[in-house]
Design a protein around this ligand. Structure first.
Ligand SMILES: O=C(O)CCC(=O)C(=O)O
Ligand SMILES: [Fe+2]
Length: 344
């Protein structure tokens, strides 16, 4: 892993903490200052903790309780929601259901891919988790087969589970739209630059459960990877396990810090910036001796929208790193590789 390209490693020994108090400040200078801090974190590290983010503790605790209740269900009940039954990669993925497939520069072939030491429950964008959509709205075209059709446990199995998860996602989704405006400022484009591209955003969230690893265990909780969308908002609960690759090829720890969430830049936003923002490689190894639960929320632009390197981030000496592509095409291809064994 010491061969990774600079845009995928953190240039630091520690993950910075960013105070988001001014995220929605009416004062543009305060927003600009925050944008500069975020620019520095994204160009040097690709990961940062956020505090004063406005997502209530009660909601975060509620979603972790829901995750613990979900994973405590008998395997049979979880398998009723098996992700392999979904055309859209939604549902329950049992222990070792997902494979470590490596990164673009350091891929692991399907034959050599090992199962991860975690189980997960995945959902994607649906109308109910978007405060901006009326409950009677319907989903538009689904060119890439990634919107809607979540597999939810019944109320009789897990009372309140769906409502809790939907409310959490709706709140985080709105927060992400706001964060996208600060990223626009940080990238020196109009603050509303991305607004038209996040009408029906490409969103996935997952609950994850990592059993405590024992000494000598060679499987990882989650293998080294970059995320695929624009950025990720991660709630880690209380148990450490997340590690981030730095420029010296060392895995630095990103333990939970009370009152914070973690943000990391993912491939699509890194591409918009011609890789100036790092999509940093990370992994999870749970050596804590305790069960670990985390809730990543992956935020991307509308699947039908095009990711295209920003003109003001290219020059004759620094041409676009990639030709424009549809967000949905990229995400679908990545998902098909990670969930080896079925096509979705
Ligand atoms: O569980 C974590 O802390 C990180 C999970 C993660 O990196 C992912 O799901 O992409
Ligand atoms: Fe990740």
């Amino acid at each position: 892993m010491d061969q990774a390209e600079p845009s995928q490693t953190a240039n630091c020994d520690q993950i910075p903490i960013v105070d988001l108090s001014y995220l929605c400040s009416p004062n543009i200078e305060e927003r600009q200052r925050l944008a500069q801090t975020i620019y520095d974190a994204c160009t040097q590290v690709g990961f940062f903790y956020i505090k004063n983010h406005g997502i209530p503790d009660k909601m975060i605790n509620g979603i972790h309780d829901a995750a613990e209740r979900f994973f405590a269900l008998p395997e049979k009940q979880k398998m009723d929601l098996y992700i392999g039954n979904s055309q859209k990669f939604r549902g329950y993925s049992p222990l070792e259901g997902e494979k470590t497939t490596g990164t673009d520069d350091d891929p692991i072939s399907a034959e050599e891919a090992t199962g991860v030491l975690s189980e997960a429950f995945d959902i994607g964008y649906e109308i109910a988790l978007d405060f901006r959509k009326s409950p009677s709205a319907t989903l538009g075209p689904d060119t890439y087969g990634l919107y809607g059709d979540n597999q939810w446990p019944d109320e009789s199995t897990l009372a309140g589970f769906k409502e809790t998860y939907i409310e959490y996602c709706a709140t985080v989704l709105e927060f992400c739209r706001q964060l996208m405006r600060i990223f626009a400022l940080a990238l020196d484009v109009p603050e509303d630059y991305f607004d038209s591209k996040i009408q029906t955003p490409g969103v996935t969230s997952r609950m994850m459960h990592y059993p405590a690893q024992t000494v000598g265990e060679t499987r990882e909780g989650l293998g080294a990877h970059t995320d695929w969308e624009c950025f990720t908002i991660l709630s880690q609960g209380k148990v450490p396990g997340l590690q981030v690759l730095n420029h010296r090829g060392e895995w630095i720890l990103a333990p939970p810090i009370p009152g914070t969430l973690v943000v990391n830049i993912a491939d699509c936003l890194s591409t918009w910036t011609n890789k100036k923002f790092k999509s940093t490689i990370h992994r999870v190894t749970n050596m804590s001796g305790e069960e670990r639960y985390s809730i990543p929320f992956f935020f991307g632009i509308d699947y039908d929208a095009t990711v295209s390197v920003l003109d003001n981030h290219t020059s004759v000496d620094n041409p676009p790193c990639r030709a424009p592509f549809k967000a949905g095409e990229w995400v679908r291809e990545k998902m098909s590789k990670a969930y080896v064994g079925y096509e979705g």
